[in-house]
Design a protein around this ligand. Structure first.
Ligand SMILES: Nc1ncnc2c1ncn2[C@@H]1O[C@H](COP(=O)(O)OP(=O)(O)OP(=O)(O)O)[C@@H](O)[C@H]1O
Ligand SMILES: [Mg+2]
Length: 165
């Protein structure tokens, strides 16, 4: 509760995603522009486009291999792009199992090289980094599909760069 109350949303942007190409191209822009050490917490229902977004991020980072959802491996590491990409999918995990992955060793870069961390089903995390980008993918019968990006804990230059897109 206390932690929740201290969470500070510094900026927020919503972007319409009329089709899967739009989701992917938002990811490409993020992959090109995200600074080292960025953590993206992805939230949204089954099939809302989380993996599609991460595939775009991989493309924007210059990762050539295909990015699949790390359903069985829990975290996939891609080291050949502009920055390392660590892609988590916590769908099958409860909070204790998610804690056992020690996600902070990725977002703090203590056991691996610092890069970009993207976490699907981040609702399952037992704790969060001190600053991160929350990306909520939603569907509304009137508005259609949308991504709402919020910078938590620290302002994001990426959000400024996304305005108007
Ligand atoms: N903006 C969009 N409009 C329409 N379809 C989309 C959009 N973004 C992604 N899709 C499509 O939705 C399907 C599910 O996408 P994706 O696998 O990325 O979702 P997900 O959130 O990762 O799902 P899961 O919860 O199973 O991990 C894919 O076929 C994808 O091409
Ligand atoms: Mg997925």
């Amino acid at each position: 509760m206390e932690d929740e109350a201290r969470v500070q949303v510094l900026e927020s942007r919503s972007i319409f995603l009329p089709d899967a190409i739009a989701t992917r191209s938002l990811g490409i822009t993020l992959g090109q522009r995200l600074p080292i050490g960025s953590t993206l917490l992805l939230e949204g229902d089954l099939g809302s486009g989380k993996t599609t977004l991460v595939q775009g991020i991989g493309e924007g980072l210059g990762i050539r291999g295909a990015i699949d959802s790390p359903t069985f491996t829990l975290v996939n590491e891609y080291l050949e792009g502009r920055l390392p990409l660590y892609h988590f999918d916590l769908y099958r995990l409860d909070i204790q199992a998610a804690a056992a992955l020690y996600p902070e060793t990725y977002w703090d870069g203590t056991e691996v090289a610092l890069g970009i961390v993207a976490i699907e089903w981040s609702e399952r995390l037992p704790y969060r980094p001190s600053s991160y980008l929350e990306i909520r993918l939603t569907y509304d019968a009137d508005a259609g599909r949308q991504a709402t990006l919020s910078a938590i804990g620290q302002a994001s230059t990426v959000l400024d760069a996304l305005s108007g897109s």
